[in-house]
Write a protein that binds this ligand. Structure first.
Ligand SMILES: C[S@@+](CC[C@H](N)C(=O)[O-])C[C@H]1O[C@@H](n2cnc3c(N)ncnc32)[C@H](O)[C@@H]1O
Length: 263
């Protein structure tokens, strides 16, 4: 694969609308359907299990997305979202402020409501999530405090989806970025990571972004090295070829780990 797409490429060339269109339409056979179905089910089980509790969750590398927060907002009163690029934060804010041009998440909202037993109408869940989002911050996983200059008390849960595999050039930088992220998490708090294995690139519109090719053994070592004990590591192999032109991953994962030491 060609040269690494780093921070400058994300800031300049990552088009949030193209990303949402390609991966989050959930329109049957569209790119990202399998990932979404697997991850949404795992997150619904994880956040509805009663195991993960507390007041505040931070999501690192949120991008323009809300799917990963839909079950979490049943548990947490405060959610902080964060991303490196201004365009992603602007796109997220369009949805947050319910402004014209915002991405329509209703299909994903309905799917999660169904997974959770149709307890509330999807419009109510969307409003509940909006009320729960307390801050939309800039973040850079390569800063020792990723949300610098903002400081917050350590949180109860740290979520990050498909972020480090895009942001990190090699295993060494992944380990550093993960440690930076987990410094935001309190002892006893939970780290929830989702992403893909074996991926070397993904398309956002016409632009190719590099992916750090992850495997289970590396992830286990990196998470343990960041002071966390893995409680659940679910993997689902890709079954369709629908994403072949958009990305080359082999499987998706959801990891739940508990922070037990500071590093
Ligand atoms: C593949 S997208 C994932 C977005 C979203 N979390 C999701 O699940 O679809 C990768 C995200 O990582 C962000 N990112 C890239 N470099 C970063 C960095 N150094 N620090 C924090 N986020 C970064 C990008 O802006 C982008 O939103």
């Amino acid at each position: 694969m060609s040269s690494f797409t780093g921070k400058a490429e994300y800031e300049e060339l990552f088009n949030p609308k193209a990303y949402l269109d390609a991966y989050f339409r959930m329109s049957g056979g569209s790119m990202g359907d399998e990932y979404l179905q697997f991850v949404l089910k795992q997150l619904a089980e994880t956040f509805n299990s009663g195991k993960i509790k507390g007041d505040t969750l931070i999501d690192i590398g949120t991008g323009p997305c809300i799917y990963q927060l839909l079950s979490a907002c049943e548990v947490f009163k405060n959610i902080i979202v964060s991303d490196f690029t201004e365009k992603n934060r602007e796109e997220f804010n369009l949805w947050l402020k319910n402004q014209p041009g915002a991405f329509d998440w209703s299909h994903v909202l309905k799917y999660v409501c169904q997974l959770e037993g149709d307890r509330i109408p999807y419009q109510e869940k969307e409003e509940q999530l909006r009320k729960t989002i307390k801050q939309v911050l800039h973040c850079d996983v390569f800063n020792t405090n990723p949300i610098d200059p903002v400081t917050i008390p350590q949180v109860d849960c740290l979520l990050s989806c498909l972020c480090l595999e895009g942001a990190c050039k090699d295993y060494e930088s992944y380990v550093t970025a993960l440690k930076n992220m987990t410094s935001l998490l309190k002892l006893g708090g939970y780290l929830v990571l989702t992403g893909d294995l074996g991926n070397t690139y993904y398309m956002v519109g016409e632009k190719k972004f590099t992916g750090l090719c992850l495997n289970e053994d590396f992830l286990k070592e990196a998470i343990t090295g960041a002071g966390c004990t893995i409680e659940n590591f679910e993997v689902s192999k890709k079954t369709k070829d629908s994403l072949e032109k958009g990305a080359d991953f082999l499987a998706y994962y959801v990891i739940v780990a508990r922070k037990e030491r500071n590093t």
